[in-house]
Design a protein around this ligand. Structure first.
Ligand code: NAD
Length: 499
């Protein structure tokens, strides 16, 4: 069993609390690691040290900070397979998926190599006689990132790369279920040249999160996780005067129009619905075919594909479609929701409840399930299942399908499959969801755009990564300046003339 640590001042630290969390290998169901859960006192100490380290890092010129990102990016590339192995072992996702997890985080690091451009201020020459105005973006100081289990590399990197390159120090609180990758990231960024203390990885649970939210030195909190926790963290951080952006859960729909290429739509739904066992905030969990013929044909195409999905541990090779769920409790919850769907009258076309993985009977595996005739009142529709379950809600028309998507309380991602440009354009324009795919199932924006949902999928007003990240992790100061020697004779500034 591995004894995991915190990462404080550039070195692993065992921690002083006597509380620990078990870290599982979801494929075998065995406990493989023991994670110390920090106390509030340990957190406060780590923050105070980070504040000290930040003074010099914040005063380092942006290009030098960007050079750390260049080296860090190179190290992420070189260590991609090692990182993927740790992710797969703790999370259960396949190795190609785990490499994708690192890759999507690395792409944000690559954008951060050009951070000086984003950190530039604005300038107005001669806003009045001899008067210039300029603005600058200054780091906030110490900021915190609190991240979920499902992307152990990508989401910590979305948080730490922009925050650090903008001159902040960061307290990273990764998920207690998948903490190994964050510790490796800390080691690699130290090797890339980040001064000790600028990234503190403090492991823990609610106790440490609350300590972050109540610590006066911490200026901003970037959270990703489930909606109830996002809402809680947003409220407590804001009431303590912190800047906060909190990204929550999702229920992503894909509308399939009668003119869509149904084979392509079915392939896309299977990849987006069942990839990573459905444990993605951008997974498509609801298909909305328009018209009976479309729905019947789509169900048939989906059923044969879903029945043929290959499930297995990450060690089984590259042709496995998805692995186990994160915990036994998560698997039991998903099973329970499928039972509830059957009770409520949805038609279970493919039933994955009784799947067992030969040789891995202790693992947290569940097979893929497909529901048809789901209605918006059912629990399987209202809850984020976060498992390999796709629900089909039939719609009679495009307007009805759009209404279903619009009335859902979540608004992270959505997609439409159609051959008609007008319909696609109307959908993109009208839908109240933050990220939209047109004949594209998982529309995660590239790293130089930015990522964020609407409605109950996000709390706060700026998105993650891209230009918004640099706005979130800096504050603007605007200077109005004049030099009297520069004012021409008789040109004393006339305040009245400004009115
Ligand atoms: P979670 O909300 O259980 O945990 C997220 C983080 O919050 C963890 O670090 C955890 O330790 C902490 N936490 C948990 N309970 C807490 C409490 N009561 N008080 C304070 N802190 C607490 O989420 P998860 O299960 O790790 O991740 C899955 C969820 O994350 C899904 O809902 C998924 O949709 C969502 N997610 C959203 C996005 C996005 O960008 N919108 C991305 C990935 C995942």
């Amino acid at each position: 069993m591995e004894n995991l640590t915190h990462w404080i001042d550039g070195a692993p630290v065992a921690g002083t609390s006597d509380r620990f969390a078990d870290v599982y290998n979801p494929a075998t169901g065995e406990v493989q690691g023991r994670l110390p859960l920090a106390t509030a006192a340990e957190l406060n100490d780590a923050v105070a040290r980070a504040a000290e380290a930040q003074k010099q890092w914040g005063a380092t010129n942006p290009q030098r900070r960007a050079r750390v990102m260049m080296k860090f990016g190179q190290l992420l590339n070189e260590n991609m397979d090692r990182l993927a192995e740790v992710i797969s072992r703790e999370h259960g996702k396949t190795l190609p998926d785990a490499r994708g997890d690192v890759q999507r985080g690395l792409e944000v690091v690559e954008v951060c190599m050009g951070a000086p451009h984003f950190l530039k201020g604005e300038f107005t020459d001669d806003g009045g006689p001899g008067i210039d105005l300029y603005s600058m973006r200054q780091p906030l100081g110490v900021v915190a990132g609190i991240t979920p289990f499902n992307f152990p590399a990508m989401i910590p990197l979305w948080k730490m790369a922009p925050a650090l390159v903008a001159g902040n120090a960061m307290i990273l609180k990764p998920s207690e279920r998948t903490p190994g990758c964050a510790l490796m990231l800390a080691e690699l960024i130290k090797e890339a040249g980040l001064p000790d203390g600028c990234l503190q990885v403090v492991n823990g649970d609610k106790e440490v999160v609350d300590a972050i939210l109540d610590n006066d030195i911490v200026q901003a909190v970037g959270f990703v996780g489930s909606t109830p926790i996002a809402q809680y963290i947003y409220g407590r951080a804001a009431s303590n005067g912190k800047r906060a952006q909190c990204f929550g859960g999702a229920k992503n729909h894909m509308i399939v129009m009668p003119d869509a290429d149904l084979d392509k739509a079915a392939d896309a739904l299977v990849g987006a619905g069942y990839g990573a066992a459905g444990e993605r905030c951008m997974a498509i969990s609801v298909a909305v075919p328009v018209g009976r013929e479309t729905a019947d044909a789509l169900t048939e195409k989906l059923a044969s594909r879903v029945e043929n999905l290959k499930i297995g541990p990450y060690t089984a090779g590259e042709d496995v479609d998805f692995g186990p769920l994160i915990t036994g409790a998560a698997r039991d919850r998903v099973r329970g929701l499928i039972d509830r769907g059957v009770e409520e009258g949805a038609r279970l076309v493919v039933d994955g409840r009784d799947f067992t993985m030969q040789g891995y009977e202790g693992g947290f595996f569940i097979g893929p399930s497909l529901f048809d005739d789901v209605t918006p009142e059912m629990e399987i529709y209202r809850q984020e299942i976060f498992g390999p379950v796709l629900c089909q809600v039939r719609a009679g028309s495009y307007d009805e399908a759009l209404k279903i998507v619009m009335e859902n309380e979540y608004g992270n991602g959505t997609a439409i499959y159609t051959a008609d440009g007008d319909t696609a354009r109307d959908f993109a324009h009208s839908v109240n969801v933050g990220m939209v795919g047109i004949n594209f199932p998982i529309p995660v924006p590239l790293s130089y755009h930015s990522f964020g949902g609407w409605k109950k999928s996000a709390f706060g007003d700026l998105n993650q990564y891209g230009p918004d990240a640099f706005r979130f992790y800096t504050r603007t100061k605007t200077v109005t300046e004049r030099w009297f020697s520069g004012i021409k004779e008789g040109g004393e500034f006339n305040f009245k003339a400004m009115d």
